[in-house]
Ligand binder design. Structure first.
Ligand code: WNU
Length: 152
């Protein structure tokens, strides 16, 4: 059996390698690991649905997802990007205090996501100013690209 200690070390060293979290102090990162949940998805499963309320932030630990979004005049949501290991998503609803702005669909079997809830996300981001301003700017950039593609 894998011990709690081993699990902690595994996710700690993985999160160390995630570029977004590079500047986070060790003790903060250890706290993030303590409050993580791990969710598992199969190909085709929706992890996030556009328009729904959301209170979680995700980091991909294994596998791949695609991002799709509904746009004006097109019947089907359009694929806008693919995300893989070390990439993250779900920050926009938390930062903009809005509903989910795109779909996130699992595109590889046995995808693992580390899930951080709103309170822990706020604690992680709130104590680290660079991270906060980086994400804020990124979210504004996402809103601009949504407008360019006439997202609904
Ligand atoms: C995009 N437009 C919108 C991505 C992930 C992290 C960063 C880009 Cl910092 P949410 C749906 C999620 C959203 C974002 C993600 O989809 N997303 C996008 C776009 O062009 N969302 N509106 N590209 S991948 C990505 C930057 O995380 O957060 O909570 O749920 O709205």
């Amino acid at each position: 059996m894998r011990t709690t200690q081993a699990r902690h070390e595994e996710y700690f060293s993985f999160l160390r390698s995630v570029s977004l979290l590079q500047g986070l102090p060790e003790e903060k990162l250890a706290k993030v690991v303590d409050c993580l949940e791990v969710d598992y998805f199969e190909k085709g499963e929706y992890i996030i649905r556009e328009g729904e309320e959301g209170n979680t932030f995700f980091i991909i630990a294994k596998g791949e997802v695609i991002v799709t979004q509904s746009t004006e005049g097109l019947a089907e949501p359009q694929e806008i990007k693919t995300l893989g290991v070390g990439d993250y998503f779900g920050e926009k609803a938390l930062i903009s205090e809005d509903v989910r702005s795109a779909n996130i669909i699992c595109s590889e079997n046995d995808t693992h996501c580390l899930v951080v809830d709103r309170d822990n996300f706020n604690q992680m981001v709130g104590t680290y100013e660079e991270l906060q301003s980086y994400l804020k700017e990124y979210v504004e950039e996402l809103s601009r690209s949504d407008e360019r593609r006439n997202a609904l």
